[in-house]
Design a protein around this ligand. Structure first.
Ligand SMILES: Cc1cc2nc3c(=O)[nH]c(=O)nc-3n(C[C@H](O)[C@H](O)[C@H](O)COP(=O)(O)OP(=O)(O)OC[C@H]3O[C@@H](n4cnc5c(N)ncnc54)[C@H](O)[C@@H]3O)c2cc1C
Length: 376
């Protein structure tokens, strides 16, 4: 897909950006944007070329998520979850699902967080038990947040192992599996169109072949495959929001006048300093996203450390940058006219999405201090 960046800009300009305010105001799923991204081949961008996908890597996915986040946080979050789920499916999923994703007609997502273990995704409490002659598996679970739950075709799903030792097993669960229940719609302060709702499983039966990787090997798969994609793309997501509000603030400060002083707002030294702080934080986070992608691509020695750092740094920077934007753009930002308050609200999710900033600080401290990632 040589011209995928042009295709992305077309979809953003024609569909995603014009729909962003409505998606936020109504809290509705950005269906037109997701369909347009599918039609343009962008939902299959990271699928292998052998299956008819774009063959794009983590850098390509990060570019898409960053550009989408600048326009519509909800759309970016849905695509970010889809690319992250796709990474696990490309590694271990069934061939027909890989082909369906490559064609752009199959949206997937993650179902890790649970009512019991909350943001501690590494401690799934869901069960998987053999059913019938062993060709099927019964899943029971209380998943607390599943982005795009009512619109995705499949969920990458964590549970306790079926029979093996180990902390966790992953499954690819079709969304139309009988026994799955989705509760209500999403009504949150930000990312209002992301359709992240609880999904429960009560005796939901899937084929035993729905297992992703080895029984009991789900945590390794989550840490080695899912986590790098999720954390880097979350960093790209926060970067996109920061880019958008920094550009919008610069435009507003340059175009808005204090008539009695015959000056624009950018001629005020304090406003300039705030804008500079926004630019510094944005560039710092974006540079770390780029360096993390380079570290992962070359299997650099510090790749795992960078992966654990990138979401925390970018999420916290986005909190600071969007807060500064709310200040320097004053009442214009407080109203909806600049789209800054929407980005301010959207940016708040990354801090509490698992692994949360607190959890990542603990992980980074463990790596730097020579302790295992999990455990005492
Ligand atoms: C918009 C959105 C979309 C989401 N989409 C998905 C999805 O598609 N799939 C999915 O699986 N999940 C999803 N999640 C869930 C997310 O990943 C987290 O699991 C969820 O936000 C955690 O909320 P909680 O209230 O359960 O956190 P809690 O676990 O109750 O944590 C609350 C606070 O306590 C802190 N805390 C918890 N434990 C510790 C500790 N040991 N040390 C220090 N601090 C700690 C946390 O850092 C956090 O700040 C989504 C969340 C949001 C907001």
């Amino acid at each position: 897909m040589p011209d995928w960046k042009d295709a992305l800009e077309r979809v953003i300009n024609d569909v995603v950006a014009p729909d962003a305010e409505r998606v936020d105001a109504e809290g509705s799923f950005p269906l037109a944007g997701i369909e347009a991204l599918g039609d343009a081949g962008l939902l299959g961008l990271t699928s292998s070329a052998a299956h008819g996908g774009g063959g794009g890597d983590l850098a390509a996915a990060a570019h898409v998520v960053e550009r989408l986040a600048a326009s519509c946080g909800s759309t970016a979050m849905i695509v970010m979850m889809h690319y992250t789920a796709t990474a696990a499916i490309m590694a271990h999923g069934r061939r027909e699902v890989r082909r369906a994703i490559a064609s752009g007609g199959h949206l997937s997502t993650l179902a890790f967080s649970e009512a019991g273990s909350r943001s501690h995704f590494w401690a799934s409490q869901s069960s998987a038990t053999p059913s019938g002659d062993g060709a099927e598996v019964r899943l029971d679970a209380k998943k607390s947040w599943v982005t795009a739950a009512n619109h995705a075709q499949s969920y990458v799903w964590s549970s306790l192992p079926l029979a093996a030792e180990g902390p966790m097993t992953l499954w690819l669960v079709p969304a139309d599996t009988p026994g799955l229940h989705r509760s209500g719609g999403f009504d949150g302060m930000g990312l209002r169109g992301n359709d992240s709702v609880p999904v429960t499983a009560e005796g939901a039966k899937v084929a035993a072949t729905a297992m992703l990787g080895a029984d009991g090997g789900g945590l390794d798969l989550a840490l080695m495959v899912v986590l790098p994609w999720f954390l880097v793309l979350s960093g790209a997501f926060s970067s996109g929001i920061m880019e958008a509000v920094t550009a919008e603030a610069a435009r507003h400060l340059g175009a808005t006048r204090l008539e009695h002083l015959d000056q624009t707002l950018i001629q005020q030294p304090m406003a300039r300093a705030d804008l500079a702080r926004m630019r510094l934080a944005t560039d710092t986070a974006r540079t770390l996203v780029g360096d993390t992608i380079a570290a992962v691509a070359s299997s650099r020695e510090d790749a795992m450390l960078r992966v654990l750092e990138v979401k925390a740094v970018a999420a916290e920077a986005a909190l600071q940058v969007t807060d500064l934007a709310m200040k320097v753009c004053g009442g214009s930002a407080f109203r909806k006219e600049l789209g800054i308050e929407r980005r301010f609200r959207d940016s708040r999710a990354a801090r509490v999405m698992a692994p949360t900033t607190d959890a990542l600080l603990d992980f980074v401290g463990r790596v730097v201090g020579g302790l295992p990632l999990l455990g005492p």
